[in-house]
Design a binder for this molecule. Structure first.
Ligand code: NAD
Length: 453
């Protein structure tokens, strides 16, 4: 496509105004086509994501392709129900009258996606936007060029070209795109760019969804089954070589558990990826040298890791690494790690863990491994995060029945399933009163009732 950003967005607005994307049958048809597109090109997708991220095909199949197909499967049969009028009663004073709400599409939506799950984080929001009846402009990440180019080719081939556009590019192109009028902007990525997106949106009063990141903590107490906790933490942290927005970022546990837990997590990493993870077909790579260098700086300067710590810049390889000798003011605790490094820090009890977490920006996810009911309640009531998982990292990401999103520094708004449908809809209030009897005239001035005081 050689159109300018302005021409592209104007074209989408014309299609929306002409009503192209509104009919429920059209929405279902597009979702069906998206499903066929992803199913028919599974292998191409797995290959493109592998070229971009060194991601194992099985991870792409489970965490990208399956999640997109699950989302389509969940929303498609529900569009009709979610789009219906929802009637509600009017106050007595207004009677006789009726009222209802109706979800209408917002219009033309911009989806800006990142590189770490390049397919899933583009097509899932697109599926929700289609379900709600919008036209969509996708700006995939320049850092996953193979997947971004494949998506462009497939979207133009499979979906209605009147209602969709893909704009490739990095900062200059995105900056230009953000000057265009959109009815909603859905951004996934880091918080710094999130505020750039929000500033651009503010100029045109465009609503935004910001799916950001941050440090997602884990707390493990003595009542937890340490083997189970260690396996699940290792899986959550080392999938996609740690480049998952809701991956466990650091672990807090009581002093006597630091070593045994670190040992068990290291043992799981070895079970997953063998003695030399660099040779494992199940272990991913860091996306590029910029991210590699950033992560290498987070490793201890003296090279002393509890386990792992090996790196190879040429291969963009960082071994699954566990750090136990970590202080809260170390560099690794100052930013989202977003790589296969897991610090474990000691706290004396659950209350101290809560204080530690609450002193920092609100996380996208928080995971607590415990069998104690009171500890569960403590975290549920006294911490705030996009999601809270008891004994289960990443689980909420996999369900279309649950809203997915952050709070504070980890984002605003949510999507997946119905919450995605609503995020891309305007829920319009409609009221209706018959001409007769004209009871509203009781409220007209001059007022007959005296002052109430
Ligand atoms: P990225 O570098 O691919 O950037 C994301 C998008 O922003 C890209 O499309 C990019 O082109 C665009 N962009 C970059 N700079 C820009 C600028 N100056 N102006 C306008 N647009 C710009 O991805 P990233 O930000 O490195 O992604 C990693 C971050 O995203 C992590 O913090 C991670 O936690 C977060 N993340 C969050 C979620 C979520 O669902 N909440 C999912 C994945 C990743």
């Amino acid at each position: 496509m050689t159109d300018t950003c302005e021409e592209t967005v104007t074209r989408l607005h014309r299609s929306f105004e002409a009503g192209v994307s509104r009919p429920l049958a059209w929405r279902r048809e597009q979702l069906g086509r998206m499903k066929r597109m992803v199913t028919a090109h599974r292998k191409d997708i797995e290959h493109a994501v592998y070229l971009d991220l060194g991601k194992p095909a099985a991870e792409t199949a489970l965490m990208e392709i399956k999640l997109v197909l699950d989302e389509i499967k969940f929303v498609e049969p529900r569009i009709e129900r979610w789009s219906r009028r929802h009637h509600t009663a009017m106050p007595l004073l207004m009677q006789p009258a009726s009222s209802w709400t109706i979800a209408e599409p917002k219009g033309v939506v911009l989806v800006i996606s990142p590189w770490n799950y390049p397919l899933m984080l583009s097509l899932e929001p697109m599926a929700d936007a289609i379900a709600a009846g919008n036209c969509v402009c996708l700006k995939p990440s320049e850092l996953s060029p193979n997947t971004s180019e494949l998506m462009e080719r497939l979207i133009y081939k499979y979906l209605d070209p009147r209602a969709f556009a893909v704009v490739q590019g990095a900062v200059p192109e995105t900056t230009e795109l953000l000057k265009q009028p959109f009815d909603h902007i859905f951004y996934t990525g880091n918080g710094k760019v999130g505020s750039i997106v929000m500033e651009a949106a503010a100029k045109q009063l465009t609503p935004v969804t910001l799916e950001l990141g941050g440090k997602s903590p884990v707390f493990v107490d003595a009542s937890a089954n340490l083997d189970v906790a260690a396996g699940r933490i290792a899986w959550g942290r080392f999938t996609n070589a740690g480049q998952t927005c809701v991956a466990p970022d650091y672990v807090l546990t009581t002093p006597e558990l630091v070593e045994p837990l670190a040992e068990k997590i290291a043992a799981f990493a070895q079970k997953f990826f063998g003695d030399n993870p660099a040779k494992s077909a199940s272990y991913g790579r860091i996306v590029n040298t910029k991210q590699f260098d950033r992560l290498a700086r987070l490793l201890p300067a003296d090279g002393k890791a509890f386990s792992g710590g090996e790196t190879n810049r040429e291969l963009l390889y960082i071994a699954p690494t566990i750090l136990t000798d970590v202080r809260p003011d170390d560099p690794v605790m100052q930013e989202e790690i977003f790589g296969p490094i897991l610090p474990i820090l000691a706290v004396h009890n659950a209350h101290e863990a809560v204080t530690f977490i609450n002193k920092r920006p609100k996380p996208l996810a928080l995971y607590v491994f415990t069998r104690s009911k009171s500890t569960r309640l403590l975290f549920e009531r006294h911490t705030s995060s996009g999601a809270l998982g008891f004994n289960l990292p990443l689980g909420h990401l996999l369900s279309s029945r649950l809203p997915f999103g952050g709070i504070g520094a980890s984002g605003m708004g949510s999507y997946h399933g119905k919450s995605g449908f609503l995020e891309f809809s305007h829920v319009k209030t409609v009221t209706s009163k018959p001409m007769f009897p004209d009871t509203l005239r009781l409220a007209y001035p001059p007022y007959r009732l005296g002052n109430s005081h």
